[in-house]
Design a protein around this ligand. Structure first.
Ligand SMILES: Nc1nc2c(ncn2[C@@H]2O[C@H](COP(=O)(O)OP(=O)(O)OP(=O)(O)O)[C@@H](O)[C@H]2O)c(=O)[nH]1
Ligand SMILES: [Mg+2]
Length: 448
């Protein structure tokens, strides 16, 4: 990112707009969708606040005991993070404002840098680690990856994952005071090889966040020597400079890019959730209507009524489906689409009707026992509606077209890929249940 400041401002403005637009989209969702997007709305609000206040978040990653917390203390200049010899000290992700950084994003008064401490990467289990990665992907503008020796497998894997997030990473080799100069130089070369292709070599920086005490020997006026053990000052100036330089170079562009990526991600989530919800709603409409028709046919065994009444049920189903897809089909539009689909699939074919017809006529004066034999016929007609519904769904999903095929090819494909037996069995169950609960009304009538 070698943006000029004005370019950065432009990107920044774009990002603010993108986040605001996505937020407006989220708020404008129908209540059902909004319910499922609560967490996204909250996160995006936070992102908006972060963006408009110019809060930059630096997240520190690394194995346990590599000195992540010590590094934060050294950068901030106070003991804000708990440091411990025992590994696994930091248990939660938490942040603190780096007020002494002396950096503000241009034109953003309230701009501040927050440093976020995390537990050691081998400390957290799989699920937590995924959550940690997600939090980082969401919040971090800059990542510090801390190690105190050559990388082990876990560290390398984590580094690769982080590099994939596409955010700037500074690679910190801490505890350099523990190595003799030549060993340290060899380690630096090894580490350069490890990060090759993942992190630019000039993003590798050496630190001593919490140096071990060393012996200071002083000569007294009387010639005697005195020794005191003291902790030298931490060596973190190179890291601090590199952080500030990165922010200076990438500044607004950094958080802008981050926020824009985040908003795009949320937009995708809204669309996929919308597709998923529509899908579910549409299927529910199809099942309900197919079952209704199956029950109507099973309980009123008059084929002519079925033919006319059946088309009405299908038309209602299609009009309802159109609403799921944000359209408003009139009953006559719906009836005409139902006819097109039935014709394309031969769903009301004479042959089939004749099959049902014979038994229907026989059963007009039927008893309870014979009425139950209408179950397969009801289910067969319900299956027809199911196919009509699925075809209409396809039509609506493709923006009121048959996509690349024709009505005929679509219905044919749906017929070929539907498990007829399982749909029929489901519909038969529905009929049995309805007939049982309506025993006194419907079947009571046919018994009389
Ligand atoms: N010699 C030396 N020791 C250090 C340095 N930085 C940290 N330490 C020591 O390493 C130990 C672990 O430091 P922490 O800062 O707690 O490490 P951490 O990465 O936060 O550890 P967890 O929170 O447990 O994952 C402590 O005993 C520190 O004093 C350093 O630069 N040199
Ligand atoms: Mg810690």
């Amino acid at each position: 990112m070698n943006d000029t400041p004005s370019n950065q401002n432009l990107n920044y403005q774009d990002a603010v707009t993108a986040v605001e637009k996505t937020l407006a989209d989220l708020r404008g969702c129908p209540p059902k969708e909004r319910e499922q997007l609560q967490a996204d709305i909250a996160q995006l609000n936070e992102m908006h606040e972060k963006l408009t206040s110019g809060r930059i978040e630096i997240v520190i990653f690394g194995e346990i005991s590599t000195g992540k917390s010590a590094l934060i203390n050294a950068l901030i200049g106070r003991q804000v993070a708990e440091v411990d010899v025992q590994g696994g000290w930091t248990q939660q992700v938490w942040g603190t404002v780096w007020s002494g950084a002396g950096y503000r994003l241009p034109s953003l008064e309230k701009s501040e840098i927050v440093i976020i401490d995390t537990p050691g990467i081998n400390e957290v289990g799989g699920a937590d680690r995924a959550q940690l990665a997600e939090v980082t992907a969401r919040q971090a503008d800059l990542i510090l990856f801390v190690t105190d020796s050559d990388l082990n497998d876990t560290e390398y894997a984590a580094l690769v994952e982080l590099a994939a997030i596409q955010k700037p990473i500074l690679f910190v080799f801490n505890k350099t005071d523990l190595y003799l100069p030549d060993v340290r130089a060899t380690l630096v070369e090894t580490l350069k090889g490890r990060i090759d292709g993942l992190i630019p070599p000039n993003h590798l920086v050496l630190t001593t966040a919490d140096p071990r005490e060393i012996e200071y020997v002083t000569e007294q006026p009387d010639g005697k020597t005195q020794s005191v053990w003291k902790k030298p000052e931490p060596e973190i100036s190179e890291l601090k400079l590199l952080i500030l330089k990165t922010l200076e170079n990438e500044g607004l562009g950094l958080i802008a890019l981050n926020a824009a990526m985040y908003a795009a991600d949320k937009s995708d989530r809204i669309s996929s959730l919308r597709v998923e919800l529509r899908n579910r709603q549409a299927d529910q409409v199809i099942w309900t209507m197919a079952a209704t028709k199956a029950v109507v046919v099973a309980a009123n065994p008059i084929p002519v009524v079925d033919l006319l009444g059946g088309l009405a049920v299908d038309a209602v189903m299609i009009a309802t489906l159109s609403k799921v897809y944000g359209l408003t089909f009139t009953m006559s539009q719906a009836r005409s689409l139902a006819k097109t689909i039935s014709a394309a699939g031969g769903i009301y074919a004479l042959g089939e009707l004749a099959n049902y017809g014979a038994s229907f006529f026989k059963l007009v004066t039927g008893t309870l026992g014979t009425a139950l034999t209408l179950i397969p016929q009801g289910a067969a007609v319900g299956f027809g509606s199911y196919i009509i519904g699925k075809s209409a769904k396809h039509y609506f999903e493709h923006g009121e077209t048959w996509g690349s095929g024709s009505a005929k090819s679509v219905v044919k494909e749906i017929l070929a890929t539907t498990d007829k037996n399982s749909v029929m069995n489901h519909l038969k169950d529905e009929i049995r249940q309805k007939l049982k609960s309506n025993r006194h009304s419907k079947i009571g009538h046919s018994e009389r």
